[in-house]
Ligand binder design. Structure first.
Ligand code: DP6
Length: 340
């Protein structure tokens, strides 16, 4: 039996007992995930391989507390929309279910880069949230379990649990759990991503909705899924060999095939602006001049150029002076999720 003073110290409701924070970096896929085998379980139909990136990070704090009537979510200092709260609540409910904790949560999240602009904020966001929420609830999940929890909310978030080069396999029929795994540590290869920010407003159609539309209506969806597996293997091999042109050629094809599939949907999904095309052409021109640099594009107009760290300054100088490029961000291989 504890006496009263002892009890107040060990009480799970004492201040800070159910509070935890985490920091996760965004990632950019070299081989793209686009399409779900099972939408309810959020299982990807294509394998993907990404690079986790510093300094594009999300910091999230979660506190389970009886002081609020329901879950509260603050994103970059603003009150979140109902749709954002709904997605976060789904993850919190899974954490509440496995921990037995029934309290509402106050969630505060801060991004160091523009959200919802094709810079993969949902990846770092849900990786940080899965880690902070599970720790705040007293669960001790390993990286594989954290990755599976983050993946249920956003498949690309499964990859942000790990640092460096990370792969997420395609799901097999009948499979319910799926986690990403690290292929190589951040130190494996000194690469840079130079991100040309072309439009930092929110995208018209989110990736979840756009990939579902692609699956339902694009005549190229089946071809995309068949190609994605081969491109993934090429990127993977290129990363292990540190062969930049092998990675680059397959990475560009992965992005263009994914966008081709999306563009052929009904109605068409076109994320690009004219500056997106100009940046792609400028990157090809730099290659003709002898710089090893290749492009990828996610669900937004931004162009992300992959090159050796030693070439990043020249790539950045070339892209930042282009019309339609608002600014550039240079990112490097970053670490996995950290508890704060
Ligand atoms: C184009 O992970 O945002 O960035 O699982 O529905 O949340 P949901 O999708 P999400 O899709 C990312 C798509 C992509 C490619 C990639 O990161 O692999």
């Amino acid at each position: 039996m504890h006496d009263i003073s002892d009890k107040s110290v060990s009480s799970p409701l004492s201040a800070g007992a159910h509070r935890a924070g985490a920091r996760a970096c965004a990632n950019i896929a070299l081989a793209k995930y686009w399409g779900k085998l099972d939408a309810a379980l959020n299982l990807p139909e294509t394998p993907s391989l990404s690079l986790t990136l510093e300094p594009l990070a999300t910091e999230t704090w979660v506190e389970f507390t009886e002081n609020i009537p329901q879950d509260v979510l603050e994103l970059d200092g603003r009150v979140a929309t109902e749709a954002e709260v709904k997605r976060v609540r789904e993850l919190l409910n899974r954490v509440r279910e496995s921990s037995g904790l029934k309290l509402p949560a106050r969630v505060q999240s801060h991004n160091s880069f523009p959200t919802a602009a094709g810079l993969a904020s949902s990846a770092s966001g849900f990786a940080a949230l899965a880690t902070a929420a599970s720790r705040a609830a007293g669960l001790q999940l390993n990286e594989m379990q954290l990755s599976a929890l983050a993946r249920r909310s956003s498949a690309s978030a499964a990859r942000s649990i790990y640092g460096g080069f990370v792969e997420l396999p395609a799901a097999q029929a009948g499979e319910a759990e799926l986690s990403a795994r690290q292929l190589a540590r951040p130190e494996h290869w000194e690469l840079s991503f130079v991100i040309a920010v072309i439009d930092d407003s929110s995208k018209a159609i989110g990736s979840t909705e756009a990939m579902e539309l692609s699956k339902r209506t694009s005549p190229y969806y089946t071809a995309w899924v068949q190609t994605a597996g081969r491109l993934f293997s090429e990127v993977r091999q290129g990363v292990l060999e540190k062969n930049l042109s092998r990675v680059g050629v397959a990475m560009e094809q992965s992005a263009l095939a994914m966008h081709g599939c999306a563009m052929a949907s009904r109605p068409g999904v076109l994320y690009w602006r004219s500056a997106t095309v100009n940046a792609l052409q400028q990157i090809a021109e730099l290659r003709r001049q002898g710089i090893e640099v290749w492009a990828t594009i996610d669900a937004g107009p931004q162009v992300k150029a992959l090159c050796r760290a030693a070439d990043a300054a020249i790539v950045e100088a070339e892209l930042s002076r282009m019309m339609g490029v608002i600014h550039t961000i240079t990112a490097r291989p970053g670490p996995g999720v950290k508890a704060l």
